[in-house]
Design a protein around this ligand. Structure first.
Ligand code: ATP
Ligand code: MG
Length: 569
């Protein structure tokens, strides 16, 4: 491909609305153009890289015996209603009507569509297990699309669904996918960390996310190097201190605390640290108010609380509701002397002694509040987030925290969809049973961004060969017909040998061409200039480590191929 005929609109400056490296580089190196907040057009250079990733995904999926399909994007509301997710998915779903008022959703995920397809095609255990997948667009009305293609409203996902006759079969299907995912990300040049994850709205038992360690990641990972525990903060737990504080419980007293509401203000007022307080947060869970009580130096983990309550919607209560259920404005809620509301106590609360809490009265707190005496622990659950330094739940060593970008996710779904949508097959005994499901997603477009996050320097991209849109960047520095013909000969030679070549044949200065080559970051640069015209010397530069070498026209192909073979080893 000749650059003079190619749409590659590179930019010198970072776009003003891009804050993370991959987003900046995808725009600057001409991979994508923004269409709207959360939608991107892939230009030829970006699409080539994306295809390389899809090809790797497809290859590894096919190797496991999974079968590629293609589901409609217009997914019928009837299917979503059958599974119960038409309402449950909420505003993330783009719901639309056709001219006859039939309702559809633009597929945000395709459990229902694939389950429906299997329902109408598989009848016997003999046909199981099956794993069906597609590489297709997903639509999600994200509240805050950001970081370019990392969180967009329209993105490409590989989603696979396995159907097995029993749990043991599902375990095998799941492990196969875990292995395929490890291979896929490795082949894309990514280092991933598989972590235990929450099963969220999908339902089901086991779930792992494949994370790329990255400062731009929106997930927080709790990691233990001693025993290998790895979990997303959404679901991570930690070993609790089982012993009660040794202080003697004192009698509860009211303290006047005018306008002192936040934990910081209270710490200063009472001259004690945040752990001496109990934080009482009011939520609305499916319309019902609940109070979550956690230590003052801890945060409520909304995912854990939601799972405990088994509710669909969980939101912080507004000021009016707080006043109604506590009798006080925001900042003075507490578990003592309030019987109006359902209370969920974190596991640590039973060990607190002489805590300070809101008194459910304006400008008043209680001190010396003690569980058992001043309030009853009516309902207890793990509802706090684990943090850096907390003890590993498996081996009690100290855990540490890393930011992670989720590129893939595998779930053991169980019977949720096959039961709800009544998918049945005949088992070995001729009995009608529901198959058991797993589902497995990879964000293909997000994976491209993750590759760029992990492979760049201050000058631009540094593609791993497996994903690079082209292998060779040919920089021609010649003038006049004779020189240009000689460069053209080299170009044809490279192409004939089967290499994928981008040839910079534009009439630009060497400085601009080299800067451009660094920015778009193809693995190998071949420079044809004076040294070649005079001495048959061709310069080869490896983008990854800037290593330069010289070769002749006769040895060019061998040199380039052996460099390409060795770079990413
Ligand atoms: P997230 O927690 O990041 O919102 P998710 O858990 O909702 O993602 P899944 O339903 O597990 O996503 O989808 C599988 C994969 O699709 C994710 O691992 C991620 O790589 C990708 N993905 C999800 N949402 C988006 C998005 N808005 N833009 C780009 N990729 C996405
Ligand atoms: Mg996920």
């Amino acid at each position: 491909m000749k650059l003079s005929k190619y749409i590659l609109p590179t930019l010198k400056e970072d776009p003003s609305d891009a804050f993370v490296t991959s987003h900046k580089l995808m725009i600057r190196a001409g991979l994508v153009r923004k269409e709207t907040a959360g939608t991107y057009a892939y230009l030829p250079f970006g699409l080539k890289a994306l295809r390389k990733i899809s090809d790797i995904v497809r290859d590894e999926m096919d190797k496991t015996g999974a079968m590629e399909c293609l589901m409609p994007e217009l997914t019928s509301a009837d299917l979503w209603k059958e599974s119960g997710r038409w309402d449950k998915m909420g505003p993330i779903m783009f719901q639309i009507k056709d001219r006859n008022a039939l309702e559809y959703a633009l597929g945000p995920t395709h459990e229902e569509a694939f389950t429906n397809m299997i329902r109408s095609t598989i009848t016997s255990y003999k046909e199981l297990p099956v794993n069906v997948y597609q590489i297709n667009t997903k639509f999600r009305d994200e509240i805050r699309p950001r970081f370019g293609v990392i969180r967009s409203k329209e993105f490409i996902m590989k989603d696979a669904y396995s159907f097995d006759i029993d749990q043991a079969g599902l375990d095998v299907s799941y492990d196969k996918m875990a292995e395929a995912y490890t291979n896929i990300f490795k082949r894309c040049g990514l280092t991933t960390i598989p972590v235990k994850a929450d099963t969220g709205d999908m339902g089901g038992s086991a779930s792992e996310e494949f994370m790329v360690a990255s400062e731009v990641g929106e997930e927080t990972l709790l990691l233990c190097d001693k025993c290998g525990y790895r979990a997303n903060q959404e679901r991570a737990s930690h070993k609790r201190n089982s012993s009660k504080k040794t202080e003697t419980p004192c009698a509860m007293e009211e303290v006047s605390t005018p306008d002192i509401k936040t934990i910081e203000q209270l710490s200063e007022f009472f001259s004690c640290d945040a752990s001496s307080f109990l934080k009482s947060i009011i939520y609305i869970a499916d319309g019902e108010p609940v109070m979550a009580i956690v230590a003052g130096d801890r945060e409520v983990n909304d995912v854990k609380l939601k799972n405990h309550l088994k509710c669909v919607n969980l939101d912080l209560a507004d000021d009016r509701t707080i006043f109604e259920v506590t009798g006080a404005p925001v900042g003075f809620a507490g578990p003592a002397g309030n019987d109006k509301i359902r209370k969920i106590f974190d596991l640590d609360i039973k060990n607190t002694v002489n805590a300070i809490t809101g008194a459910n009265k304006k400008d008043i707190h209680f001190k010396n509040v003690n569980p058992g005496k001043d309030f009853i622990i009516s309902e207890e659950a793990d509802i706090i987030s684990s943090n850096e330094g907390d003890k590993c739940p498996d081996c009690s060593s100290e855990m540490y925290v890393k930011k992670g970008l989720e590129v893939g996710h595998i779930f053991k779904l169980g019977y949720k969809y096959t039961e709800a949508m009544n998918v049945t097959v005949l088992d070995q005994n001729g009995k009608t049973v529901h198959p058991i499901m797993g589902c497995y997603g990879i964000g293909v477009t997000r994976t491209l961004a993750a590759v760029i996050e992990q492979h760049n320097d201050e000058n631009g991209l540094k593609w791993p060969i497996s994903v690079a849109p082209y292998q060779v960047h040919l920089v021609g520095l010649g003038k006049g017909e004779d020189e240009l013909t000689k460069i053209e000969e080299i170009y044809n030679l490279l192409i004939k040998s089967g290499l994928d070549v981008l040839y910079d044949d534009r009439k630009l200065s060497p400085g601009i061409k080299f800067a451009n080559a660094d920015l778009i970051g193809l693995p190998v640069r071949v420079t044809i200039g004076k040294n070649y015209f005079n001495d048959n010397k061709i310069e080869i530069t490896v983008r990854k480590n800037s290593e330069k070498s010289e070769t002749s026209k006769e040895n060019l192909i061998n040199s380039v191929k052996s460099i390409l073979e060795s770079i990413d080893k």
